[in-house]
Design a binder for this molecule. Structure first.
Ligand SMILES: [Zn+2]
Length: 305
């Protein structure tokens, strides 16, 4: 990732699906975009001010999904398509959508990734603006945290804990590579059946089904096909993180330990990075020997939610 040029997709790709929360049909197109334009959403069903840049300052909501807004219109559930673009190394793309929600597809990023692979990725004539974590720090919310420390490459460790549920405790350790990302992209979103019922009462998750989520009830997984991988739950949380961290607007490299993440904590992490860019980020990696060993907690800046 680090020394390379920016990339976009080689051709337009299209998706038709439903919005997880609205339940209504949506059409989405992803088009190639010029170097340094970043990821941009466009609400084509909206008369004016349709453009919404995929930037942290446009995050309007982090409940259940990440919602971006330009003050006039919004687009929600952006995290899986953002993850697909980020994980595949697509820096610039124009995403046209005819409704307020990105199609949920099968609840993972797999279909976005396979379409990106099908059309291919092209290098552009501008360098990628990679930023390395230059100082150990963490953002916290109660017992949840994201701890960052300098590293020359992107290393992620994500743990979740759902006591009293079959999900239980899971930890996934992960390094960025094309193959690792293609596997991670298969992990589907998940929820407890009791949450589905509560969400439906509030008019949410209307498009949710066993076709686009893993649904857990007591000690059982309701999906007939079961899980796609043993760590699918933690893997999906990591996928969400990869989507949300892309809202920094540039690749962030470092060693990150993520415990019980959610879109709120992910956004807090990115906001902290952007607001303290001079202190926390560097456009060159630290020399290898100055990396802080895992477990070393001294001199960590703490940002609480
Ligand atoms: Zn998700």
């Amino acid at each position: 990732v680090s020394e390379m040029n920016q990339c976009t997709i080689a051709d337009k790709i299209e998706f038709i699906g439903i919005g997880l929360h609205s339940g209504s049909k949506v059409r989405m197109e992803i088009l190639p975009a010029p170097a340094s334009s970043g990821i941009v959403f466009e609400r084509i069903d909206y008369p004016l001010k349709r453009r919404i840049d995929a930037k942290i300052e446009n995050v309007q909501g982090t409940k259940l999904s990440t919602t971006l807004s330009n003050g006039e219109c919004y687009v929600s559930t952006v995290e899986h398509v953002m993850a697909a673009l980020n994980g595949m190394g697509v820096d610039n793309a124009w995403i046209r959508v005819n409704g307020p929600e990105i199609p949920i597809m099968d609840g993972s990023a797999a279909e976005f990734v396979s379409e990106i692979i099908r059309v291919g990725i092209v290098k552009q004539g501008a360098k990628r603006n990679c930023q390395w974590i230059s100082q150990a720090f963490e953002v916290t919310d109660g017992d949840r945290y994201i701890r960052a420390r300098p590293s020359r490459e992107l290393k992620l460790r994500c743990s979740i804990d759902f006591p009293g549920s079959i999900i239980g405790k899971q930890t996934v350790e992960w390094k960025l590579s094309r193959e690792n990302f293609e596997n991670l992209a298969q992990a589907r979103t998940f929820c407890h059946l009791s949450e589905v019922e509560a969400m439906r009462k509030r008019g949410l998750a209307l498009g949710g089904s066993l076709q686009n989520a893993v649904v857990v009830s007591d000690e059982r997984i309701l999906n007939e096909e079961g899980l796609r991988s043993k760590l699918e739950f933690a893997e999906h949380k990591l996928l969400d993180f990869i989507g949300d961290v892309a809202l920094a607007g540039f690749p962030v490299l470092g060693d990150l330990e993520i415990h019980k993440p959610g879109h709120d904590l992910n956004a807090k992490f990115v906001r902290t990075l952007i607001q303290n860019q001079n202190k926390l980020l560097s456009s060159t990696p630290l020399p290898q020997h100055s990396e802080i060993p895992v477990g070393e907690r001294a001199a960590i800046l703490v940002y609480a939610i």
